[in-house]
Design a protein around this ligand. Structure first.
Ligand code: FAD
Length: 458
């Protein structure tokens, strides 16, 4: 009997345990269900939809080489899969386990009507695999990372199935183009398309390139003007490559670069471990402040809404922040150090609720990830389960100089073309051209933030 593979953020054939098991048990019907209802505000954002389109196209091409395909459906995942199982007489649905709350609900609902086999494979270890001495899941990153490292390496990656048998007939499915995942008018995706190659083969190429450079990661990762990090994040998010594949390809590369990189991969597991415990985390603070006293809400006034728009469009007057926000808009990605600076600027310099930043990133990032985005925003704003970072207010101008961001600023803020390197972090009036002046001075913003913080603690 046919076997259904339910695809979500695991769009690959190699090291894909659900595919692997299904292909051994019978003919395979791979299914992707687009559900824009159940995730609510976390329906896939604009840049994510662009990526998803190309990733599904790429996987369908790879499956086509086996004479196979992906069946596309729109709607409630559990309902659609149960229907396909009934129509096709499938014996079982195979899927890699996911921890976003709407996917967990769908798994629970589906398991009531079909034989559902769930596998691990999108993380180094499944959430809950390591616990504290008292058997609790970890809340803090450092002891979590230590416990994960003790369990490494992860299991050996599985090969891609060598043959994938076709079912006698294919269930009805949508045409990918009819989903209209790509922007049309305006088509903002040109810069994203120039920056990225999508799909499993592209992810493997990126990993190969990175294996030559990971040794320098310890210093290169903080320098936005160079390609100093792996840029694997969208490939990992969409599951075009697994963390076990990344680990096994790189871990022979000794040195501090690899050790630091491994800890970043563990951050990804950590974030998943947090949302597995606190499913509403990307909206709900963990630390109990009086948030009404802390944040200025865009809905509360035109000026605040205007401030938010200036941040979104990269017009704050702080070149490092603006370069980052424009990199995000143009390429669907932002350098990690700059994500921290830009996020800190929104929540501390502008005192705007971190959820507004989370929303904007969710829509603009090709790697927008429920866990990674929510956990990192709460980390910056100091509202999360980990240590409280709110009073540590980043100085954007100093950060820009320290991490030598001149080249990066030139690449994304063309108004500053006439500005000297030495002045570009904080351009004086005569070198600013059409570039805006600072929305708020650093010292004033810092004092305002610390006072709001004191008040919010009651
Ligand atoms: P590398 O430095 O090469 O790291 C390798 C991999 O480790 C990354 O691809 C990623 O999967 C993982 N990783 C690295 N840093 C982190 C981290 N801090 N938290 C979780 N995983 C990490 N990352 C996302 O994947 N999706 C998001 O939506 C996202 N939102 C963020 C929002 C804010 C405000 C901040 C400060 C960070 C956010 N990050 C997010 C984390 C980080 O910035 C990106 O993972 C990283 O910049 C991706 O580039 P890279 O692949 O070159 O990373």
């Amino acid at each position: 009997a046919p076997q259904i593979v339910w695809l979500r953020r695991d769009l690959r054939l190699a090291d894909q345990p659900a595919f692997h098991a299904a292909a051994q048990e019978g003919p395979v019907i791979a299914v992707y269900v687009l559900d824009d209802e159940a995730p609510g505000e976390h329906a896939i954002g604009g840049a994510g939809r662009w990526w998803l389109h190309h990733s599904l196209e790429s996987l369908a091409r790879d499956l086509g080489k086996h004479g196979s395909r992906i069946v596309l459906r729109k709607g409630d995942a559990a309902t659609e899969l149960a229907n396909i199982a009934r129509e096709s007489g499938a014996a079982r649905v195979h899927a890699i386990r996911h921890y976003e709350p709407w996917w967990r609900d769908a798994e629970d609902a589906l398991a009531k009507t079909v034989d559902l086999a769930l596998y691990d494979g999108n993380f180094l270890l499944p959430p809950g695999a390591v616990t504290t001495a008292s058997g609790e899941p970890y809340k803090i990153y450092t002891p979590f990372a230590k416990a994960v490292l003790d369990e490494m390496p992860p299991r050996e990656p599985l090969p891609a199935p060598s043959t994938i048998h076709r079912p006698d007939s294919w269930p009805q499915g949508d045409a990918l183009d009819d989903w209209k995942l790509l922007p049309v008018r305006p088509d903002w995706s040109g810069g994203i398309a120039d920056f990225w190659d999508v799909g499993e083969a592209a992810a493997r190429r990126r990993l190969e390139e990175w294996s030559d450079r990971v040794a320098d990661y310890e210093t290169s990762r903080n320098l936005p003007s160079v390609v100093g990090s792996s840029r694997l994040s969208p490939h990992l998010h969409w599951g075009e490559i697994s963390p076990a594949q990344v680990w096994h390809r790189l871990h022979g590369r000794r040195g501090q670069g690899w050790a630091t990189f491994a800890k970043e991969l563990i951050w990804r597991d950590y974030a998943q471990n947090v949302i597995a415990q606190f499913p509403g985390y990307p909206r709900e603070s963990y630390r109990k402040y009086d948030e009404r006293k802390l944040w200025r809400h865009p809905a509360a006034g035109r000026l605040i809404a205007r401030d938010l728009r200036r941040w979104q469009r990269g017009l704050t007057g702080y070149p490092i922040v603006d370069a980052g926000m424009r990199q995000l808009w143009q390429t669907g990605w932002m350098h990690n150090r700059v994500r921290m600076i830009a996020a800190s600027f929104l929540v501390k310099h502008l005192l705007i609720d971190w959820r507004e930043g989370e929303r904007w990133f969710w829509d603009c990032l090709v790697d927008a990830d429920y866990a990674n985005n929510g956990v990192n925003w709460q980390w910056v704003s100091g509202t999360g389960v980990d240590s409280n970072m709110f009073p540590r207010i980043m100085a954007p101008l100093r950060q820009s100089e320290k991490f030598d961001a001149a080249g990066y600023i030139r690449a994304f803020v063309p108004e500053l073309a006439g500005c000297r390197d030495a002045a570009i972090h904080d351009p004086p009036d005569e070198e600013r051209g059409a570039y805006p002046t600072k929305m708020i001075g650093h010292k004033e913003a810092r004092e305002r933030a610390l006072e709001a913080y004191r008040n919010s603690k009651g």
